[in-house]
Design a protein around this ligand. Structure first.
Ligand code: HSE
Length: 427
């Protein structure tokens, strides 16, 4: 039987989950795949983590060089996260002829071109299913199953922490900061939550998924990004009255106007399947020109779900002799011919703090109409909050530049209204 040796770099949540799956399923993989996958080595500074998993001391490597020179190791699994030292370790493994399986979205998003070049040179495999949306099999779906399509768009909830926070805010009516504390207490949010709540994690993943979808490198720098830290519970509540759920959405589109890639909070109609993706669950809704709509849903994080994606890659690597590389033009920058759309077209939700006097609504409407913005829905409260009356306006589809100009103009008029929130509405 073919024997395949694995080394795991990092025994945090995902590394430990991967180890457990490999140990528990070893006989199952032998029987079903005809391959004996053995964990030969681990690299983990906190050796107590390895010992707690029952890993023998002689399998705990002192450094990456020891793993690279170990002839029993065929596949190196990188689950450390961050760019360095992960990048140095992955390049060392590839240069030593080891195939690599990684869950590292930041590393793959920023350096996929360099990693792939090194993998090709050394005829090694490079796999990254676990880098995006944890256990949800979206990468191989794009690489293999959907290749017959021109992908027109993808809209995803691809960060579990922010989805957990927004779901709890909506369910409990609590503020962002209250729910963040609860999420940290429960272990959903990190002590430093910046990468999740400011949308970096989702933007790394969208960069990778849109590169695969649109067949050209979509650099991280081209992904428009806004996080959820300024979300006000009042907007979630008004959104509910309008029949919307608020989500941190990742949106990628490819049209005649060009490619647009953006991560930001957005309202989505309750009737859309993504509106019902709650708590820490993730989903990606893909539209292809032939297949039409496909939605993949599941756990975007966690030891066993992400471990499932990693082990799937390990088995694929262990059972294939020739490796395929990117199905997109994997260069450092986007192809110079790629046009990026930055003046997004969307419907918008505006919350204004309006002066309580006659003619305000008509003046606001005339500013909107001057900028070619058509109003779809209005809620005007008849009670004052802190001396002003909340005025909620939902527009029809329009261009973002028009909305920004209208907001500036409304804010500049004395004694009219101040725009408190602007949130995109995704149809
Ligand atoms: N921190 C990520 C999330 C999981 O909250 O979805 C790993 O990508």
């Amino acid at each position: 039987m073919k024997k395949v040796g694995v080394a795991i770099l990092g025994l945090g949540v995902v590394g430990s989950g991967t180890y457990k799956i490999l140990i528990e399923h070893r006989e199952f993989y032998k029987k079903n795949h005809g391959v004996d996958i053995n964990v030969e080595s681990v690299l983990e500074l906190k050796t107590e983590r390895a010992l707690a998993l029952g890993i023998e001391e002689n399998k705990i490597a002192a450094n990456i060089a020891e793993i690279c020179s170990n002839p029993e190791v065929d596949i190196v699994v990188e689950v450390m996260g961050g760019v360095e030292p992960a990048k140095t370790f992955v390049l060392a493994a590839l240069n030593a002829g080891k195939s690599v399986v990684t869950s590292n979205k930041e590393l793959f998003c920023k350096y996929s071109h360099e990693l792939e070049k090194t993998a090709r040179k050394n005829k090694c495999g490079l796999f990254y299913e676990a880098s995006c949306v944890g256990g949800v099999p979206v990468i191989r779906t794009l690489i293999d199953n959907l290749q017959g399509n021109k992908i027109l768009s993808m809209t995803g909830i691809i960060n579990g922490t922010t989805n957990f926070i927004l779901t709890k805010m909506s369910d409990c009516g609590a503020s962002y900061s209250e729910v963040l504390k609860e999420a940290q207490r429960l272990g959903y949010a990190e002590a430093d939550p910046t990468a999740d709540v400011e949308g970096f994690d989702a933007a790394y993943k969208l960069s990778i998924l849109s590169s695969l979808s649109f067949h050209t490198k979509i650099p991280f720098s081209k992904v428009y990004r806004e996080g959820i830290t300024d979300i006000d519970i009042h907007d979630i509540n008004y959104g509910k009255r309008l029949g919307y759920a608020l989500k941190l959405l990742a949106v990628g589109k490819n049209s005649d106007s060009g490619i647009e890639v953006r991560v930001h909070p957005a309202f989505i109609k309750n009737s859309h399947p993504l509106a019902n993706v709650n708590d820490s669950y993730n989903a990606v809704y893909i539209t292809g020109d032939s297949v039409e709509d496909v939605m993949l849903y599941g756990r975007g994080a966690g030891a066993l779900p992400t471990g499932s994606a990693i082990v799937g890659d390990i088995i694929y690597c262990a059972t294939h002799d020739n490796f395929n590389y990117s199905t997109f033009n994997n260069t450092e920058k986007a192809d110079p011919s790629t046009k990026f759309v930055t003046n997004f077209e969307s419907a918008y939700y505006l919350r204004l703090d309006a002066k309580d006097k006659a003619g305000v609504l008509s003046k606001v409407s005339s500013v909107l109409s001057k900028h070619n913005i058509s109003v779809a829905e209005v809620i005007q409260e008849n009670r004052k909050v802190n001396g002003v009356v909340p005025l909620i306006i939902v527009t029809h589809e329009t261009f973002e530049k028009n909305v920004n100009k209208a907001v500036d103009e409304i804010n500049s008029v004395e004694n009219l209204a101040k725009v408190a929130s602007v949130i995109r509405v995704v149809s």
